[in-house]
Design a protein around this ligand. Structure first.
Ligand SMILES: Cc1ncc(COP(=O)(O)O)c(C=O)c1O
Length: 365
């Protein structure tokens, strides 16, 4: 049986006519940067999340970078975040000369443990940057409460959680700034790189719009040092089509995720723990197993693709050696990085494919 880790080809076939039409319109109009398609997308993204503003940008990484720049985070500042994430979360902090202060995760959700945040705050702390990993929001109320007490902004790295909800509100609308990624394999994926920044703060939105266009406030007048961080019209055109079908895809993802969890009961793998405050968008369906090597080899031998998100926490990465953290520093991040493994997941995964994956797992676990 042929199984894709994420079935982007099936998704294209489903929306082909509309996507082709929208993309061809961009080519015919020659409006490649900005314009009506981007305006529509930004309007609809804001409406979707409930944040007052959405700003399209070049990637999830740049969304995070722009957020930190908008908050004037730079040399010597500290940002509290999790070591159990994709490198981009902490990379942007380092690029600005600031320092990532890592805090370990919750063993059930794999998101930053709010109970550990307060003792990591110093007079250099300038922001808290939780990640909503695998599509489940971090415990944003608890994090926002700590941040409010210390007068700190919160940036949600929602690069894996666009479409998820927490206590009835959508990811990316839950804090000072929310960031997401439209990398093709994300729940809402473009046909290239893309991302968005969300905020309800009018002053921040103006600044972010300037920063992503070389800090320009009028043509060739530069108020800030910025970047080329724009989202192009072709990506906006694809995203506009996909966004109209997104609610149905999110519902399907949740149904498939919950079906995995239900049918894996009785095996020895640990399935994702989605708290009652959350609806996960299952950007990844990640299980834990004490013997990842055996399970992974077995699944691959049966034509089932698997992936590991992420095999090494950031505090042990060579690039972050200068931060001075040691092995043993964040025991849960280290333990889970050794046990975690993601299964094929997309709204196009059939029950037949899913049953095949589940019985293959049960053969060895
Ligand atoms: C948690 C997290 N943060 C940041 C990023 C960066 O997003 P992008 O690849 O769009 O730059 C990703 C996506 O890969 C991610 O998963």
């Amino acid at each position: 049986m042929k199984i894709n880790f994420i079935d982007l080809k099936a998704q294209y076939q489903a929306y082909k006519e509309e996507i082709d039409k929208e993309v061809l319109e961009v080519m015919a109009s020659a409006q490649f940067i900005g314009g009506e398609k981007l305006n529509r997308l930004e309007h609809d993204l804001a409406a979707y999340t409930g944040a007052k503003h959405a700003i399209g940008c070049s990637s999830g990484t740049d969304a995070l970078l722009l957020s930190l720049m908008a908050l004037d985070i730079g040399l010597g500042d500290e940002v509290i975040t999790t070591p159990f994430t994709f490198i981009a979360t902490a990379e942007v902090i380092a690029l600005l000369g600031a320092k990532s202060v890592f805090v370990d995760i919750d063993e059930a959700t794999y998101n930053i443990d709010p109970a550990l945040i307060e003792s990591a705050i110093t007079d250099k702390t300038k922001a808290i940057l939780p990640v909503s990993l695998y599509g489940q929001c971090a415990d944003m109320d608890a994090i926002n409460a700590i941040a409010a007490k210390h007068n700190l902004p919160v940036i949600e790295d929602g690069c894996q959680s666009f479409g998820a909800s927490y206590k009835g509100k959508k990811s990316c609308s839950l804090s000072t700034i929310g960031c997401t990624s439209f990398f093709p394999s994300k729940p809402l994926g473009a046909y290239g790189d893309g991302g968005a920044v969300f905020t309800s703060d009018d002053a921040l939105v103006e600044k972010i719009k300037m920063l992503l266009n070389h800090g320009q406030n009028e043509r060739y007048k530069h108020k800030f040092i910025g970047i080329n961080g724009r989202l192009d019209a072709m990506q906006a055109a694809v995203l506009n089509v996909k966004l109209t079908y997104f609610d149905a895809e999110v519902a399907k993802r949740e149904e498939i995720g919950e079906r995995y969890t239900m049918l894996l009961k009785g095996s020895s793998v640990i399935t994702p723990a989605v708290t009652e405050d959350n609806h996960s968008v299952y950007a990844q369906y990640s299980i834990r197993t004490a013997d990842r090597k055996t399970l992974s080899a077995h699944l691959q031998s049966k034509g089932i693709p698997v992936a590991v998100h992420y095999p090494m926490p950031l505090h042990l990465q060579e690039a972050f050696a200068y931060l001075g953290y040691q092995k043993g520093g964040f025991p849960l991040s280290e333990k889970i990085s050794e046990e975690i493994m993601s299964l094929p997941m997309s709204p196009y995964l059939t029950q037949e494919q899913q049953d095949y994956i589940i019985s293959a797992i049960k053969e060895v676990s």
